[in-house]
Design a protein around this ligand. Structure first.
Ligand code: 13P
Length: 248
Protein backbone atom coordinates (compact mmCIF):
# COMPACT_ATOMS: atom_id res chain seq x y z
CA UNK A 1 0.00 0.00 0.00
CA UNK A 2 1.56 3.27 -0.98
CA UNK A 3 1.33 6.15 1.43
CA UNK A 4 2.23 9.68 0.36
CA UNK A 5 5.30 10.89 2.29
CA UNK A 6 4.62 13.71 4.71
CA UNK A 7 7.24 16.08 6.06
CA UNK A 8 5.97 18.34 8.84
CA UNK A 9 7.89 21.01 10.71
CA UNK A 10 7.20 21.85 14.34
CA UNK A 11 8.38 25.37 15.06
CA UNK A 12 7.59 24.94 18.77
CA UNK A 13 7.86 28.37 20.50
CA UNK A 14 10.13 29.92 17.88
CA UNK A 15 9.92 32.58 15.18
CA UNK A 16 8.09 35.89 14.84
CA UNK A 17 5.95 37.29 12.04
CA UNK A 18 9.07 38.76 10.41
CA UNK A 19 11.41 35.75 10.71
CA UNK A 20 8.69 33.21 9.92
CA UNK A 21 7.54 35.11 6.83
CA UNK A 22 11.13 35.39 5.62
CA UNK A 23 11.74 31.66 6.03
CA UNK A 24 8.54 30.70 4.23
CA UNK A 25 9.39 33.06 1.35
CA UNK A 26 12.78 31.38 1.08
CA UNK A 27 11.33 27.88 1.26
CA UNK A 28 8.56 28.39 -1.30
CA UNK A 29 10.62 28.12 -4.50
CA UNK A 30 12.81 25.29 -3.21
CA UNK A 31 9.94 23.01 -2.17
CA UNK A 32 7.92 23.54 -5.33
CA UNK A 33 8.80 20.23 -6.94
CA UNK A 34 8.57 18.12 -3.77
CA UNK A 35 6.77 14.80 -4.04
CA UNK A 36 5.54 14.81 -0.43
CA UNK A 37 2.92 16.66 1.57
CA UNK A 38 4.47 19.55 3.50
CA UNK A 39 3.28 21.28 6.66
CA UNK A 40 4.70 23.78 9.12
CA UNK A 41 3.04 23.69 12.54
CA UNK A 42 3.52 27.17 13.91
CA UNK A 43 2.67 28.97 17.18
CA UNK A 44 -1.05 29.82 17.20
CA UNK A 45 -0.54 33.57 17.13
CA UNK A 46 1.56 33.29 13.96
CA UNK A 47 -1.08 31.28 12.08
CA UNK A 48 -2.79 34.19 10.25
CA UNK A 49 0.50 35.71 9.04
CA UNK A 50 2.05 32.36 8.08
CA UNK A 51 -1.09 31.26 6.20
CA UNK A 52 -0.79 34.49 4.24
CA UNK A 53 2.93 33.93 3.62
CA UNK A 54 2.42 30.33 2.45
CA UNK A 55 -0.55 31.10 0.20
CA UNK A 56 -0.32 29.54 -3.25
CA UNK A 57 2.58 27.30 -2.24
CA UNK A 58 2.99 23.62 -1.38
CA UNK A 59 3.35 24.47 2.32
CA UNK A 60 0.31 23.93 4.51
CA UNK A 61 0.26 25.71 7.84
CA UNK A 62 -0.64 23.57 10.85
CA UNK A 63 -1.18 24.12 14.57
CA UNK A 64 0.59 22.75 17.64
CA UNK A 65 -2.47 22.02 19.77
CA UNK A 66 -6.26 22.16 19.87
CA UNK A 67 -8.67 22.13 22.78
CA UNK A 68 -11.30 19.42 23.12
CA UNK A 69 -14.27 21.67 23.87
CA UNK A 70 -16.08 23.53 21.09
CA UNK A 71 -15.84 26.77 23.09
CA UNK A 72 -16.09 28.02 26.64
CA UNK A 73 -14.19 29.02 29.75
CA UNK A 74 -10.76 27.60 28.89
CA UNK A 75 -8.38 30.54 29.20
CA UNK A 76 -5.40 30.32 26.89
CA UNK A 77 -6.79 27.54 24.69
CA UNK A 78 -7.67 27.42 20.99
CA UNK A 79 -10.67 25.60 19.51
CA UNK A 80 -10.94 23.60 16.32
CA UNK A 81 -13.28 26.18 14.80
CA UNK A 82 -10.72 28.93 15.42
CA UNK A 83 -8.12 26.89 13.53
CA UNK A 84 -10.57 26.16 10.75
CA UNK A 85 -11.19 29.89 10.33
CA UNK A 86 -7.70 30.00 8.84
CA UNK A 87 -8.03 26.86 6.73
CA UNK A 88 -5.84 24.80 9.08
CA UNK A 89 -5.86 21.05 8.37
CA UNK A 90 -3.09 19.55 10.51
CA UNK A 91 -2.73 19.82 14.27
CA UNK A 92 -0.06 18.28 16.50
CA UNK A 93 -1.52 16.58 19.57
CA UNK A 94 0.24 15.24 22.66
CA UNK A 95 3.77 16.35 21.87
CA UNK A 96 6.14 15.06 24.55
CA UNK A 97 6.91 18.65 25.60
CA UNK A 98 3.23 19.17 26.32
CA UNK A 99 3.13 15.88 28.21
CA UNK A 100 6.26 16.86 30.17
CA UNK A 101 5.61 20.54 30.94
CA UNK A 102 1.85 21.11 30.59
CA UNK A 103 0.20 18.10 32.17
CA UNK A 104 -0.90 16.53 28.91
CA UNK A 105 -1.66 12.82 29.31
CA UNK A 106 -3.15 9.96 27.32
CA UNK A 107 -6.65 11.00 28.38
CA UNK A 108 -6.35 14.65 27.25
CA UNK A 109 -4.59 13.44 24.09
CA UNK A 110 -7.58 11.22 23.44
CA UNK A 111 -10.08 14.05 23.99
CA UNK A 112 -8.13 16.42 21.74
CA UNK A 113 -7.77 13.77 19.04
CA UNK A 114 -11.50 13.03 19.02
CA UNK A 115 -12.29 16.76 18.91
CA UNK A 116 -9.89 17.28 15.99
CA UNK A 117 -11.41 14.39 14.03
CA UNK A 118 -14.93 15.61 14.74
CA UNK A 119 -13.94 18.97 13.25
CA UNK A 120 -12.34 17.21 10.24
CA UNK A 121 -8.85 18.30 11.20
CA UNK A 122 -6.04 15.77 10.79
CA UNK A 123 -4.42 15.11 14.17
CA UNK A 124 -0.70 14.35 14.26
CA UNK A 125 -0.71 12.28 17.44
CA UNK A 126 2.71 12.12 19.11
CA UNK A 127 3.88 9.08 21.03
CA UNK A 128 7.28 7.98 22.25
CA UNK A 129 9.22 6.49 25.12
CA UNK A 130 11.77 8.12 27.43
CA UNK A 131 15.35 6.93 27.71
CA UNK A 132 14.72 5.13 31.00
CA UNK A 133 11.68 3.41 29.51
CA UNK A 134 13.72 2.25 26.51
CA UNK A 135 16.61 1.13 28.70
CA UNK A 136 14.17 -0.66 30.97
CA UNK A 137 12.75 -2.63 28.03
CA UNK A 138 9.39 -0.84 28.35
CA UNK A 139 9.18 0.80 24.91
CA UNK A 140 6.45 -1.46 23.50
CA UNK A 141 4.43 -1.30 26.72
CA UNK A 142 4.55 2.52 26.76
CA UNK A 143 3.65 2.85 23.09
CA UNK A 144 0.81 0.35 23.47
CA UNK A 145 -0.66 2.39 26.32
CA UNK A 146 -0.28 5.66 24.41
CA UNK A 147 -2.00 4.17 21.36
CA UNK A 148 -4.78 2.32 23.19
CA UNK A 149 -5.72 5.28 25.40
CA UNK A 150 -4.85 8.04 22.96
CA UNK A 151 -6.87 6.57 20.09
CA UNK A 152 -9.73 5.17 22.16
CA UNK A 153 -13.03 5.69 20.36
CA UNK A 154 -11.43 6.69 17.05
CA UNK A 155 -13.54 5.30 14.23
CA UNK A 156 -11.54 6.13 11.16
CA UNK A 157 -7.87 5.75 12.01
CA UNK A 158 -6.76 6.44 8.45
CA UNK A 159 -7.57 10.09 9.14
CA UNK A 160 -4.94 10.14 11.89
CA UNK A 161 -1.21 10.72 11.45
CA UNK A 162 1.04 9.19 14.12
CA UNK A 163 4.39 10.74 15.00
CA UNK A 164 6.79 8.42 16.77
CA UNK A 165 9.14 10.69 18.67
CA UNK A 166 11.43 8.93 21.14
CA UNK A 167 11.84 11.51 23.91
CA UNK A 168 15.58 10.83 24.15
CA UNK A 169 16.05 11.85 20.52
CA UNK A 170 14.22 15.19 20.68
CA UNK A 171 16.50 18.20 20.49
CA UNK A 172 19.45 16.09 21.60
CA UNK A 173 21.14 15.51 18.25
CA UNK A 174 20.80 11.81 19.08
CA UNK A 175 18.68 10.31 16.31
CA UNK A 176 17.31 6.80 16.52
CA UNK A 177 19.17 4.62 14.05
CA UNK A 178 17.32 3.78 10.84
CA UNK A 179 16.83 0.24 12.14
CA UNK A 180 15.61 1.34 15.61
CA UNK A 181 13.11 3.75 14.09
CA UNK A 182 11.91 1.21 11.51
CA UNK A 183 11.57 -1.57 14.06
CA UNK A 184 9.56 0.60 16.46
CA UNK A 185 7.35 2.09 13.77
CA UNK A 186 6.69 -1.40 12.41
CA UNK A 187 5.58 -2.37 15.92
CA UNK A 188 3.25 0.68 16.00
CA UNK A 189 1.70 -0.32 12.67
CA UNK A 190 1.22 -3.89 13.88
CA UNK A 191 -0.44 -2.59 17.02
CA UNK A 192 -2.75 -0.36 14.91
CA UNK A 193 -3.68 -3.34 12.75
CA UNK A 194 -4.82 -5.18 15.90
CA UNK A 195 -6.74 -2.17 17.25
CA UNK A 196 -8.34 -1.38 13.89
CA UNK A 197 -7.92 -3.39 10.67
CA UNK A 198 -4.81 -4.36 8.72
CA UNK A 199 -6.14 -2.38 5.77
CA UNK A 200 -6.64 0.80 7.78
CA UNK A 201 -3.32 0.40 9.63
CA UNK A 202 -1.60 0.21 6.26
CA UNK A 203 -3.14 3.54 5.31
CA UNK A 204 -1.97 5.44 8.41
CA UNK A 205 1.03 7.66 7.86
CA UNK A 206 3.55 7.20 10.64
CA UNK A 207 6.27 9.84 10.96
CA UNK A 208 9.56 9.69 12.78
CA UNK A 209 10.63 12.68 14.90
CA UNK A 210 13.75 13.41 16.93
CA UNK A 211 16.85 15.17 15.60
CA UNK A 212 15.89 14.40 12.01
CA UNK A 213 17.88 16.60 9.66
CA UNK A 214 19.16 17.03 6.12
CA UNK A 215 21.95 14.53 6.78
CA UNK A 216 20.00 11.63 8.22
CA UNK A 217 16.61 11.98 6.51
CA UNK A 218 17.44 9.83 3.47
CA UNK A 219 18.25 6.74 5.54
CA UNK A 220 15.17 7.15 7.71
CA UNK A 221 12.87 7.80 4.75
CA UNK A 222 14.17 4.67 3.00
CA UNK A 223 12.64 2.48 5.72
CA UNK A 224 9.46 0.70 4.61
CA UNK A 225 7.25 1.77 7.54
CA UNK A 226 8.51 5.36 7.93
CA UNK A 227 6.27 7.69 5.95
CA UNK A 228 7.76 11.02 6.89
CA UNK A 229 9.19 13.19 9.60
CA UNK A 230 8.18 15.63 12.30
CA UNK A 231 11.03 18.08 12.33
CA UNK A 232 11.87 20.48 15.16
CA UNK A 233 15.17 22.37 14.98
CA UNK A 234 15.80 21.75 11.29
CA UNK A 235 12.41 23.24 10.37
CA UNK A 236 13.62 26.67 11.53
CA UNK A 237 15.99 27.05 8.59
CA UNK A 238 16.07 26.49 4.87
CA UNK A 239 17.59 23.06 5.54
CA UNK A 240 13.97 22.02 5.95
CA UNK A 241 13.75 22.06 2.14
CA UNK A 242 16.52 19.46 1.95
CA UNK A 243 14.41 17.13 4.09
CA UNK A 244 11.31 17.84 2.01
CA UNK A 245 13.38 17.01 -1.10
CA UNK A 246 14.81 13.85 0.51
CA UNK A 247 14.27 11.80 -2.64
CA UNK A 248 16.09 14.11 -5.02
P1 13P B 1 14.07 18.11 16.98
O1 13P B 1 13.97 17.81 15.50
O2 13P B 1 14.54 19.47 17.28
O3 13P B 1 14.80 17.02 17.70
O4 13P B 1 12.55 18.07 17.53
C1 13P B 1 11.75 17.00 17.20
C2 13P B 1 10.37 17.31 17.62
O5 13P B 1 10.09 17.37 18.81
C3 13P B 1 9.38 17.57 16.59
O6 13P B 1 8.10 17.63 17.12
Amino acid sequence: MSRKPFIAGNWKMNMTVATGTKLIEELKPIVKEAKCDIALCVPAILIPAMVKAAKGSRIKIGAQNVHFADHGAFTGEISADMLKDYGIKFVIIGHSERRQYFGENNDTVNQRTLAALKAELTPIVCIGESLSERDGGKTEEVLTRQLEFGLHGVEDVKNVVIAYEPVWAIGTGKTATDEQAQETIKFIRKKLSKMFTVKDANRVRILYGGSMNAGNCKGLMAQPDIDGGLIGGASLKTDFAKIVNFNK
